[in-house]
Design a protein around this ligand. Structure first.
Ligand SMILES: Nc1ncnc2c1ncn2[C@@H]1O[C@H](COP(=O)(O)OP(=O)(O)OP(=O)(O)O)[C@@H](O)[C@H]1O
Ligand SMILES: [Mg+2]
Length: 322
């Protein structure tokens, strides 16, 4: 019964136009596999928070449909098993971490006896047990964020929305939060993560979608999305070599090579061209210590995609989106 749906979230043409005619979501079609960690990436103002709020019926959709945990998203029953960490939340500063959890847990309708036990367990999970009775006003941003995370996990949610969970958290805290998120997945929950921290999404997510100006412009595994843009049949390769003569370097530079440590990086039109370049270097007595393919990372793909999209909007030509 619980796993009667294969997608924790499915949206069809979901749109939101705010008063003042800001089109924050434009016919969003999105599928989030049950049990996955899904990352929604996008620049400021892309519509990431709006999408989460629409799915939670905090903000009313202007058009389109969605299913959350197998039910129509307008049905409040669909939200029973959903946890939520809002972006830039402000918990009352006079409450302790434990009290914040109690307050939200009771609002979510969790029984008292069960909630007590649950809060202790979740605060332990985010390593906040020893600060449970300290007021929020004494917390660092990372500590407040961890309590927010604990709050979102109360009541065994099957789907958890985390809107910028590591905002303002230092690198150590970020790593801890990543570990908590991975742990949640092991318990079978689906995690929907909004972030503009690409490296983070890359490290923790199974699938990602990239959003810009209210549209989903790519969706797939981290690897597929990273690759999709740079996969033109060519390869980018790093060569570690002995010094190259000025005349050879001039030729290589003319072909787009860039100095990189003890050697250079170059984009070649096809895989076969690697051998040809090795022959050319060897002919000039250059010693080759290493030849390494360079994997396109998510950040490159992200910047490229957003640039292509914005250009196409300005010129009216379709961008390289698919
Ligand atoms: N309540 C609102 N009323 C009017 N416009 C809004 C409202 N909330 C958001 N917007 C606008 O909708 C667009 C999308 O905003 P949203 O907060 O969803 O983006 P985001 O991707 O979450 O951005 P960020 O990365 O900064 O959190 C923006 O242009 C924003 O100004
Ligand atoms: Mg946001």
């Amino acid at each position: 019964m619980d796993n009667a749906f294969s997608h924790a979230i499915e949206t069809h043409g979901l749109s939101k136009t705010y008063k003042g005619r800001i089109e924050a979501l434009k016919a969003v079609d999105l599928n989030v596999r049950a049990g996955s960690i899904f990352g929604l990436l996008g620049p400021n103002g892309a519509g990431k928070s709006t999408l989460v709020k629409v799915l939670l019926s905090i903000v009313r959709a202007s058009a389109g449909n969605a299913r959350v945990l197998g039910q129509d998203f307008r049905n409040h029953e669909a939200r029973r098993a959903v946890g939520y960490l809002p972006e830039g939340h402000r918990f009352p500063r006079y409450l302790t971490g434990w009290q914040v959890c109690w307050y939200f847990g009771r609002l979510a309708g969790i029984e008292r006896a069960e909630l007590k036990h649950d809060i202790d367990e979740k605060l332990e999970l985010v390593d906040m047990s020893q600060w449970a009775r300290t007021k929020i006003s004494k917390y660092s941003k990372g500590m407040a964020q961890r309590v927010g995370l604990a709050q979102a996990m109360l009541g065994k949610p099957k789907l958890i929305f985390l809107d910028e969970p590591t905002d303002g958290v230092d690198p150590i805290g970020r790593r801890e939060i990543r570990d908590v998120i991975k742990g949640l997945k092991e318990h079978g929950a689906t995690i929907f993560l909004n972030s503009h921290l690409l490296s983070e999404v890359e490290q923790v997510c199974d699938e990602v979608a990239i959003m810009n100006k209210g549209r989903i412009i790519r969706q797939g595994s981290v690897e597929a999305v990273s690759k999709s843009l740079t996969d033109t049949g060519g390869v980018r390769v790093r060569f570690v070599t002995s010094p190259v003569s000025p005349s050879l370097w001039q030729r290589l530079q003319g072909r787009g090579a860039a100095k990189e440590g003890e050697g250079f990086e170059i984009s070649l039109p096809a895989r076969d061209s690697v051998c040809a370049l090795i022959d050319e270097l060897r002919k000039e007595n250059v010693s080759i210590y290493a030849v390494e393919p360079q994997r396109a990372n998510l950040e490159d793909a992200f910047v490229e995609l957003i640039k292509a999209e914005d250009d196409s909007i300005e010129t009216g030509h379709p961008g390289r989106t698919h």
